[in-house]
Design a protein around this ligand. Structure first.
Ligand code: SF4
Ligand code: SF4
Length: 80
């Protein structure tokens, strides 16, 4: 029987992000980068690189390391 691969995705609330980039350093798959657009607080927020890609094709496993380390609770993790 085939095992279903774990897939996940995250949502980053750009207006809560203070640009510390801890999340970019902990993602084992380097799925988080830095946006080129400032948020209203004047920070360049983190952005999720798989946004807009179908979940079947995600590398994200929903491990939640990024959300756990975020000091501003700006990241929500979903598992598919
Ligand atoms: S850890 Fe949180 S506050 Fe820091 S860059 Fe990532 S989303 Fe922004
Ligand atoms: S949940 Fe895990 S794999 Fe997915 S973006 Fe966050 S740290 Fe990376």
């Amino acid at each position: 029987m085939a095992t279903k691969l774990k897939r996940g995705f995250i949502k980053i609330e750009a207006e809560l992000c203070k640009g510390c980039y801890l999340c970019t350093s902990v993602c084992p798959l380097n799925l988080i980068s830095v946006s080129g657009s400032l948020n209203q607080k004047g920070y360049y927020p983190a952005q999720y690189n798989e946004k807009g890609i179908e979940i079947e094709n995600h590398l994200c496993k929903g491990c939640a390391l990024c959300a756990i380390i975020c000091p501003d609770l700006a990241i929500e993790v979903y598992r598919g």
